[in-house]
Design a protein around this ligand. Sequence first.
Ligand SMILES: Nc1ncnc2c1ncn2[C@@H]1O[C@H](COP(=O)(O)OP(=O)(O)OP(=O)(O)O)[C@@H](O)[C@H]1O
Length: 378
Amino acid sequence: MIRLTGLTKHYPGQAEPAVDHLDLEVPEGEIVVFVGPSGCGKTTTMKLVNRLIEPTSGRIEIDGRDVTGVDPDRLRRGIGYAIQQTGLFPHRTVADNIATVPRLLGWGRERIAARVDELLAKVGLDPQTYRDRHPGRLSGGQQQRVGVARALAADPPVLLMDEPFGAIDPLTREALQEEFLRLQRDIRKTIVFVTHDIDEAVKMGDRIAIFGECGRVLQYDTPARILGEPAEGFVADFIGNGTNVRRLSLTRLCEVEVSDDRPVVVRGSGDGGCPTAPGSFALLVDRDRRPLGWAEPGQDRPLPLISHLGPEHTLHDALDAMLANNSDTVVVTDQDGRYRGTVEMATIQTHLHRVGGPGNEGGPVRGGERADRSIGTS
Ligand SMILES: Nc1ncnc2c1ncn2[C@@H]1O[C@H](COP(=O)(O)OP(=O)(O)OP(=O)(O)O)[C@@H](O)[C@H]1O
């Protein structure tokens, strides 16, 4: 856990403090996102935690220990740090970059090599292909992955991430966010994550701290409560329009009851489950129930399945897929890629009605339940 108490940074020559008597706790194993406009003190606060910047006053505790008296170099070896510009050494290989802190800690060569390969695999880079490359021969997204691997190298309990997925295209960024969240489910680090982007904050944060001027936190809460009950004025303005759609990204498909009304045909089984009404489709699956396409009566060739989503995707992804495919249904699979059911547009409407009230974080949503029927039932 990180606890900041009365933390203040007044840069010399500045009229106002950059961070002013900040009290904040980052619970163990959670991601806390600092979000707010440019110049509100997010980066300064983060750099105070690993003492890249020294505080003017106040207390910083990590796991109950006051770190303001600890040797800053030693402190930083125990705190992972990933930044937007990645800070990779251009003349060193990927492996050497990742090995920076383990080497400072005196790890043996074999242990370092094993750790490098383990981390490259964890961040989705094939160790054999990438360990001996130089950063200049990597894409922006690959460099960010190496940056994250380097931050995790010595398995620090605390990770500071300053816009680690900034400055890359939106698709790569989304993929990196998803992968990092998957990784975090295993590693359970205590993380401070800085971003300008409220959507990224909602997606990544167990909690969000919304910063206003001079490093003052205007609201510190779960994403659901920040979207549902934004503090008046600045916070509501900062979140802006579109909170309904944003809320959809808080619900994963594994939390949603899917509909199993669709007929399913197993390929090659001579199954009679195919619907007889013209224009009605059955889902064609293989013998392991992996979706293959849509079967139409009287047609030999199935229509392609444009997309299907897994348990970690969100209702926001489902809505996105429906809009992209001009369809009101999306096929959902389990973690092994087996057909689980469908989510319908009505499921999404129902969900939004359920979570609509302030403070109501909603219960499970039944697939296909009509939004108009759900009014007054929650
Ligand atoms: N080294 C410095 N010397 C003097 N003032 C500084 C220094 N670094 C930051 N500041 C000032 O402190 C305030 C907070 O800056 P900080 O970089 O922490 O904000 P931020 O919220 O991270 O901004 P951004 O989102 O643009 O990165 C700003 O007014 C900035 O101009």
